[in-house]
Design a protein around this ligand. Structure first.
Ligand code: PLP
Length: 372
């Protein structure tokens, strides 16, 4: 679409102000496995989910003539038991993406502000704009983690929502316990704090702090969003959940969430995946090995890497990352540049299988040699 603002004259100013939609390529764009590139651009899990999750989803197909359980009670109870929280504080979403969106809906009115980490998951700023509110960018720190001082400094009279993400994509940095505590204590009591923990399982596996323990001490409203898409390998099932700080926050999300947002087979798969912690651990172990090998290989190529505890590693190139992304795509490897005006030289590479690591390091070695 060349002139989006004219073509969309019937729509809201927020919609017209957004750039034209560009659909990213996914697994489904490459039907032939023989020509499928290495998909290291969406932070997906390269390994299949627990066989118990697959069996549970298939079994649940028998009941798909009926709408799913609205509250997803079995899953909410399983999540609640896993974390030791009250099931009424667990709200399910069509991925955590949906819950992040509705977090902006419950907190923001036109003219309000949301402090968002930058760069980070684009949904925070996008949904803020859809609410005719303003995203205020708080730059990540030099380790690629959300910067508490920058975040707290960005809070003003119009701030209704503060977002942090740990581990934070695309950088991979994780907040330590002191930083989390300072954030949780520092966000005013009348402001909703959203902590996006989509990569929590990777962070915990790497020895990261238990944010939930700290969040529970917060006086003001808060939400922690998490997902079955990443560590549990259930991205296509679209199951996320919000753990809410109190009943008022859960009630606000219930008032606006989409009623039948998580299909029955997805709910069943997530319950079974949560029960199979051995499978989760095996997946996390394999990904940690490859993250280390990828990082060390990138350093050996003379590249500066960002310290990551996620299932992705970012590098700083000596020049713009976009041409390297294109060159790697020609080699059959999809990765992502950061797409942030402040970080043009950074490239994010998903942690895949051992073969993916070998392929990406070999291709980069060739391409970097060609560039000198
Ligand atoms: C930081 C972060 N939050 C949330 C999501 C949304 O994931 P899902 O909707 O699959 O739960 C993603 C997906 O990449 C992410 O990177």
């Amino acid at each position: 679409m060349t002139d989006a603002s004219d073509a969309l004259s019937w729509s809201t100013a927020a919609i017209r102000a957004l750039p034209a939609y560009r659909q990213p390529q996914t697994f489904h764009d490459f039907e032939n496995p023989g020509t499928r590139p290495r998909l290291l651009h969406l932070n997906e899990n390269p390994y299949p989910p627990s066989p118990m999750a697959m069996a549970a989803a298939i079994e649940a197909m028998h009941d798909v003539n009926r709408y799913p359980d609205i509250g997803g009670r079995k899953l909410a109870q399983a999540v609640a038991a896993h974390y030791g929280v009250d099931p009424s504080l667990v709200i399910l979403g069509c991925g955590s993406d949906e819950l992040i969106h509705f977090t902006t809906v419950i907190a923001l009115e036109a003219g309000d502000e949301a402090v968002v980490p930058a760069p980070s998951f684009p949904r925070y700023a996008l949904s803020t704009k859809l609410a005719a509110a303003k995203p205020v960018r708080a730059r990540i720190n030099k380790n690629g983690a959300c910067d508490v001082d920058a975040t707290l400094r960005s809070i003003g009279n119009r701030t209704k929502l503060v977002v942090a993400c740990t581990p934070n994509p695309p950088s991979g940095g994780m907040m330590d316990e002191a930083a989390l505590k300072a954030l949780i204590d520092g966000v005013p009591e009348n402001v909703l704090l959203l902590l996006d923990e989509a990569y929590a399982e990777f962070g915990h596996h790497a020895g990261g702090p238990d944010a939930l323990k700290l969040l529970r001490k917060r006086k003001g409203p808060w939400i922690s969003t998490r997902t079955f898409s990443k560590a549990y390998g259930l991205a296509a099932m679209r199951v996320g959940y919000a753990i809410c700080g109190d009943a008022t926050v859960a009630e606000a999300l219930r008032r606006c969430r989409l009623q039948y947002n998580v299909p029955t087979p997805s709910q069943a798969a997530a319950v079974a995946a949560l029960a199979d912690q051995a499978h989760l651990k095996a997946s996390l172990d394999k990904i940690a090995v490859e993250r280390k090998r990828l990082t060390e290989g990138l350093v050996a190529l003379g590249l500066k890497t960002w310290p990551s505890t996620g299932n992705f590693v970012s590098v700083s190139l000596n020049g713009p990352a976009a041409p390297m992304m294109t060159a790697l795509a020609k080699e059959g490897i999809l990765v992502r540049d950061w797409r942030d005006p402040d970080y043009l030289n950074e490239l994010r590479i998903g942690v895949g299988t051992a073969e993916d690591t070998d392929a990406v390091l070999a291709a980069l070695a060739r391409l970097l040699k060609g560039a000198t």
